[in-house]
Design a binder for this molecule. Structure first.
Ligand code: SF4
Length: 295
C-alpha cells in the first residue's frame, strides 16, 4: 500500500472491511434517552464502528468510569489530559442504573489513568463491581484496567471482588511505546499479567490483552508480543485496526491486510492462546463470546 509522505493513509478511502454494516441509530437512540449522569460510553465517544452491533446483538456495552480526564496524554486517545475531579461516591449506582436501563448482559468498564489516586482507582472499580453483582449476579463484567503504575497493592484491591475478566491493553509494540504510549512501560504491563497469573484464581478470572495495529509494526513484531503475553498468563488477545478517533493526533500509517490477521490468529493457536484478530476488533468487541470460551 502506498503511504502518504507524512506516513498517514487517512486521505485514502477506508477499506470496506472496516465498515460494520449494522445500523448505528438504535444504539444512539437508546443512549440519547438515558440520563447518563456523567458516565460516557466508549462506544459513542470513540465513534466505534461496531456500535450498531455490540449492544443490540450481544447486550455488550463499554463505559468509562471515574471521569473523563486522564493524568497521562497518549496521542492515540482523545481523552482530555489534566487534573481529574474527585471520585463520585454515587457512581456505582449510576452504573447499575445504566446496565438496567439498557438491559446489558456483558459490561466492559474502563477508566482514564488516575495516577493521582493512591490505588489508581482500583477500589472504585471494586465498589462498582460489587454494586453490579448485587444488582444482577448473572451479569458478566470485564474491567479494562490501566497499569496502576505497576503497584501490586492496587492489583490486590481488585481481587477483593474480581470481575470475570481483567483486561489490559498493550496498545502497540515495544518499539513504538515512546511516541504512541508515553508514560507506560511494556514490561510493567506484562508484569501486571504475571502478577494476576500468580495470584488470581484462573478458573474465575480470565486475563485478556489487546493491541491496535496500523502504526507500521511488522507481522513478526506482533507475534513476539503474542508470545510474551501468553507466557505472562494471557489467555485471550484482541488485535484490531487503529482508526483515528475524533480529537486524536495520531495518524493511521497502514490499513493492515486481512491475511495478516489470519496469520496472528493461527499463531495464537500454536502457542495456546485465543487470538481474536480482525480489522473491526476492539478490546471489547465480541467480548461476550471470548469470555464464554473460557469454560
Ligand atoms: S467494540 Fe467495544 S467500544 Fe465498540 S461498540 Fe462494541 S462494546 Fe462499544
Amino acid at each position: 500500500m502506498r503511504h502518504m509522505s507524512n506516513g498517514s493513509v487517512t486521505s485514502q478511502p477506508i477499506p470496506s472491511f472496516l465498515i460494520n454494516p449494522n445500523p448505528k441509530y438504535p444504539f444512539r437512540e437508546a443512549i440519547a434517552k438515558l440520563p447518563m449522569n456523567g458516565i460516557h460510553t466508549i462506544c459513542e465517544e470513540a465513534k466505534c464502528p461496531n456500535r450498531g452491533e455490540c449492544l443490540p446483538q450481544h447486550g455488550t456495552i463499554s463505559i468509562m468510569v471515574m471521569g473523563s480526564i486522564c493524568t497521562r496524554g497518549c496521542p492515540f486517545c482523545a481523552v482530555t489530559t489534566g487534573r481529574p475531579k474527585p471520585l463520585d461516591e454515587t457512581e456505582p449506582q449510576k452504573v447499575v442504573d445504566i446496565a438496567k436501563a439498557l438491559n446489558v448482559r456483558y459490561l466492559v468498564m474502563t477508566s482514564p489513568n488516575r495516577d493521582e489516586l493512591v490505588d489508581g482507582g482500583a477500589s472504585q472499580f471494586v465498589k462498582i463491581v460489587t454494586a453490579l453483582r448485587e444488582f444482577n449476579p448473572a451479569l458478566k463484567i470485564e474491567i479494562l484496567v490501566p497499569d496502576f503504575e505497576g503497584k501490586e497493592a492496587s492489583f490486590q484491591v481488585l481481587l477483593q471482588n474480581p470481575p470475570d475478566v481483567i483486561a489490559h491493553d498493550l496498545q502497540t509494540i515495544p518499539r513504538l511505546y515512546g511516541p504512541i504510549r508515553p508514560g507506560a512501560k511494556y514490561d510493567r504491563s506484562l508484569n501486571l499479567f504475571r502478577w494476576f497469573k500468580a495470584n488470581a484464581d484462573s478458573s474465575k478470572v480470565m486475563l485478556k490483552a489487546g493491541l491496535m495495529v496500523g502504526f507500521g509494526e511488522t507481522e513478526a513484531e506482533v507475534k513476539e508480543i503474542l508470545k510474551d503475553a501468553a507466557e505472562a498468563g494471557v489467555k485471550f488477545f484482541t488485535i484490531g485496526q487503529y482508526l483515528k478517533p475524533p480529537g486524536s493526533t495520531l495518524e493511521v500509517t497502514e490499513y493492515v491486510p486481512l491475511e495478516r490477521y489470519a496469520s496472528w490468529t493461527e499463531y495464537g493457536k500454536e502457542i495456546g492462546m485465543t487470538v481474536q484478530a480482525s480489522p473491526l476488533t476492539r478490546s471489547s468487541y465480541l467480548a461476550d463470546r471470548l469470555a464464554s470460551a473460557k469454560a
